[in-house]
Design a protein around this ligand. Structure first.
Ligand SMILES: [Zn+2]
Length: 359
């Protein structure tokens, strides 16, 4: 059996088809003096030649936490192959994680359960592959960022695509920061990457971006780059802006993510901002939305509109969920989640002046 270190190309392909090549850590140097560290199948780190221990930006791109969200997987795969082929030269320390490899193979969101509800310790007990993988991702992410001296120049973008159409096809979730201020520079960078809207989460969750934000104190976001499509069917133009931003962040001087360098950007306006108003959980087997399946994300409703209802086994109404204010919009509706999990978020617009920024 040959190890990946002897092949050094098609990392994602080998990770998916020959995981036995990745039973222990493999390290080597590329001719351009970039160090490569393969931690496990689907998890690879690049350390540029000029890297000084602890110094500079540290960037983590995770993708495929949902296995069928292919566009970010394809972008990250292109980046990894370009780095291995030395057609792109790295300027930051970078880790790329292809998270749910078995789910990619069956073109499904997950095998046993939604991996993006398994962080912050929610992977215990580890009775399926997704829980084992979530724990491994947590360990490697902590170890990766622990080597950085300054968490304020550390970044984790957990890259996804949404199931549904959206009034804002490209949007990001800013995890709950507890008492910390939001980073305006990060919102401007997201805008530059083509992100049209940002949701401020206001409570702890078990998502990957909340985990790294909380445990590693780094800038962290769940980023929805567009709509989910099968491998090979993504329109490259739809993702060009995000792809360029993700490549530029790691392969040109990363000082361009600071405020000063963004002042000259062609479009310095922030994305549209929302905060989460309601998190509606599914409690009953019989759970129904009162809007059609093809209603896009960010569709707004009015105060008093009924969004969802649940019924007991005899069809009697148990509970209804209504909008509490006008212009309350729906995001991430999914009536098929496991009982006790989030079936719907509602969001309301928030102005820049209402937010606490770090500058
Ligand atoms: Zn996703």
């Amino acid at each position: 059996m040959s190890l990946f270190a002897s092949q050094r190309t098609e990392f994602l392909h080998h990770s998916r088809t020959a995981p036995e090549q990745f039973t222990h850590t493999q390290e080597w140097w590329l001719p351009n003096q970039t160090q490569v560290v393969v931690h496990a199948a689907g998890i690879i780190e690049f350390i540029p030649s000029e890297y000084e221990k602890g110094k500079g930006s540290h960037v983590l791109y995770s993708c495929g936490v949902h296995g069928n969200e292919t566009a970010p997987i394809e972008i990250c795969n292109d980046l990894v192959e370009a780095l291995l082929a030395q057609t792109v030269t790295l300027t930051v320390r970078l880790m790329v994680q292809f998270a749910n490899l078995p789910a990619m193979d069956i073109a499904q969101r997950f095998i046993s359960e939604n991996m993006n509800r398994l962080f912050c310790g929610a992977h215990e007990p580890q009775h399926n592959a997704e829980r084992v993988r979530a724990a491994q991702l947590e360990q490697l992410t902590i170890a990766f960022f622990a080597q950085a001296d300054d968490p304020s120049i550390c970044y984790h973008y957990d890259l996804h695509t949404a199931i549904k159409d959206s009034a804002y096809p490209r949007f990001a979730v800013y995890p709950f920061l507890h008492d910390k201020a939001y980073s305006k520079a990060q919102l401007l960078w997201l805008a530059k990457a083509g992100i049209q809207a940002v949701l401020f989460s206001e409570s702890p969750t078990t998502t990957y971006s909340y985990f790294s934000s909380l445990q590693c104190s780094v800038h962290s976001f769940t980023v929805e780059l567009g709509k989910v499509k099968p491998f090979g069917q993504n329109d490259i133009a739809d993702f060009a802006q995000a792809r360029t931003a993700l490549f530029d962040l790691v392969s040109v001087d990363s000082s361009h993510v600071t405020d000063s360098s963004l002042q000259g950007a062609t479009d310095p306006s922030l994305p549209v901002l929302f905060r989460i108003k309601q998190m509606i959980l599914r409690h009953a087997e019989d759970f129904k939305f009162h809007f059609s399946d093809d209603t896009p994300n960010f569709t707004a409703f009015n105060q008093g509109d009924v969004l969802a209802s649940e019924y007991d086994e005899y069809g009697a109404l148990l509970q209804s969920y209504t909008c509490v204010q006008d212009a309350e919009a729906i995001v991430f509706p999914n009536a098929n989640v496991t009982l006790g999990q989030r079936a719907l978020l509602t969001v309301v617009p928030v102005t820049e002046q209402e937010c606490t920024f770090d500058v």
